[in-house]
Design a protein around this ligand. Sequence first.
Ligand SMILES: Nc1ncnc2c1ncn2[C@@H]1O[C@H](COP(=O)(O)OP(=O)(O)OP(=O)(O)O)[C@@H](O)[C@H]1O
Ligand SMILES: Nc1ccn([C@H]2C[C@H](O)[C@@H](COP(=O)(O)O)O2)c(=O)n1
Length: 438
Amino acid sequence: MRQEDQAAEWAAGSRHSSRLDGHGSIARPEPPRPGPALTGRIALLPEAIGPSLASGDIIARGDSSPCAALEEVQLWSQTCGPRSSVMWSNPMLEFDIHECFPTVCVTLGNVKPSVRNLIRRCGAAWPVLCLMQPVPPTWNQYMKSSAMRYCAKAATLSPGGSCANITVRHRRQRKRRHAKPRVARNHRLSRPNLSILKNTLVSRIDNQGGSSTHKYSMPVILNEEQAAQLPAPQRTRPLYSPEEAGVIFVLGGPGAGKGTQCANMVRDYGFKHLSAGDLLREEQERKGSEFGDMIKEYIREGKIVPMEVTIQLLENAIVAAKKVEGKRQFLIDGFPRKQDQAVKFEEVVVPSRFTLFFDCPEEELERRLLDRGKSSGRADDNIESIKKRFKTFVETSMPVVDAFEEQGKVEKIKAIAAPEVVYKEVKARLDKRGIKPE
Ligand SMILES: Nc1ncnc2c1ncn2[C@@H]1O[C@H](COP(=O)(O)OP(=O)(O)OP(=O)(O)O)[C@@H](O)[C@H]1O
Ligand SMILES: Nc1ccn([C@H]2C[C@H](O)[C@@H](COP(=O)(O)O)O2)c(=O)n1
C-alpha cells in the first residue's frame, strides 16, 4: 500500500474512533498499574501535526503495540499532567529536532528516566509532538517513507518553519562502518501529503466539536505521598473564594527580606506562611519526585520553575493547612514570579487580596545574599546564581508587580532599612488593608 493510501486509511480510522480509546477496533488489556483512567481521546494520526495541536494533546508514538502505547501515555499524563504532550522514539531511531521544533524527543525503553529526561530537557516549553504509527514491515520502508517524511513535516509546520538540522539516525546503521547519520535539510511538504495532513486535522477537529484539545482527568490525591502529585489541576473556577482562603502575595528581589518579614507577620497575625521556594526545595528533596532534577536545575540557573509544579505544590499546602491547622489567611512568599503563574493561580486556586512588595537596591540584595550564603547551604546563594536571579527578577517577576499595581493591588515598601523599621511599615500597610494583629 502506498504511504498516502495508508495515511488516508489511518485518517479514516481516527475519524470513526480512536483505536486507543478502548472502544475502537484494538482490544486492550486492563492497565497493569492502578491509576485514574485517561478520559480524553488519543487520536491515531497518520502524520505529525505538532504545531497544530493545542496544549493538552497527547498523541503517542508507539513502536510497540497500541496497548503498550496507551499505558505509556497514561503514565506520562499522570506524571507530566495534561499540559504536556509526549514523544518517545522508536528504539531504532533517534530524532534530534530540538533546534527547529519546540518539543523534545526522549529516551528509549524505561519510561521513568524518560519522564525525567523530558522534563529536564523541555522545561517550561512543554513538548508538543508525537506520532502514532504501526511499524511498517521493513526497516528501509520505515526509514525512507515514514521517519524522514514525518520529521520534515513536523519541522516544516513548526513555528520557526525551518527544517535544518533534522537528524534521523538508525542505531544499527550507525554501528556499520560506512553508515552516516542521515540528515534531512529543508524538506518541503509535497502538495498531496500536505492535503492529507490538513484533511486529517480538519476531520479531527470536526469530530471533536471544533476543538482539538483533549481533557484529561487529574490524579486523585490518595495519601500524603500522592498529595504532592503534579501538576496543577485544570479548573474553570478557583478552588476557594478570598473569604475561604485570604491570600497575600509577598514579592521582592532575592534577599529583599520577604522571609524575614513573613516570620514577623506569622508571629503577630497568625498567617500561614508558604514560601514557594521552600516548597520547591522540599519537592526537590522528596524521595521519588519526578521533578527533583528539573527543580534543582531551574533553581541553580535562577530560572522560574514551570507554573504547574509550583501551583500544585502551593495548592496542596493550602488545602493541607486549612484542613489540618484550620488556617484561613496565607502569606505566599516568592510567588507569583511570572505573569502566567499569577493568572493561573488566581484562576484555579484563589484570587489574591493584594501583594506586599519589598523594594531594595541590587547592591544591598547582593550583599545580603552573599552574607546569607556563608551559612544557608542554598545552592543559589553564590554570585553566579545571584546574578541570574536578579536578571530573572527584573525581566520576569517585575512585570507581575506592575500588573498588580495597575489593579491597585500592591503595597510597595522600601526594604533597605533595618528589619524592625521595615516591619513597622509592613504593619501600617496591613492596617490600611483592614488586617489586624491577632
Ligand atoms: N532589612 C534588612 N536589612 C538587612 N538584612 C536583612 C534585612 N532583611 C533581611 N535581611 C537579611 O538578608 C538575608 C535575606 O533575607 P530573607 O531570607 O528574608 O530574604 P528573601 O527575600 O526571603 O530571600 P529569597 O528570595 O532569596 O528567599 C537574610 O540573611 C536576612 O537576615
Ligand atoms: N514562584 C517561584 C518561586 C521560586 N522559584 C525558584 C526559583 C528561585 O530562584 C528559587 C528560590 O526561590 P526563593 O527561595 O528565593 O524565593 O526557587 C520559582 O521557580 N518559582
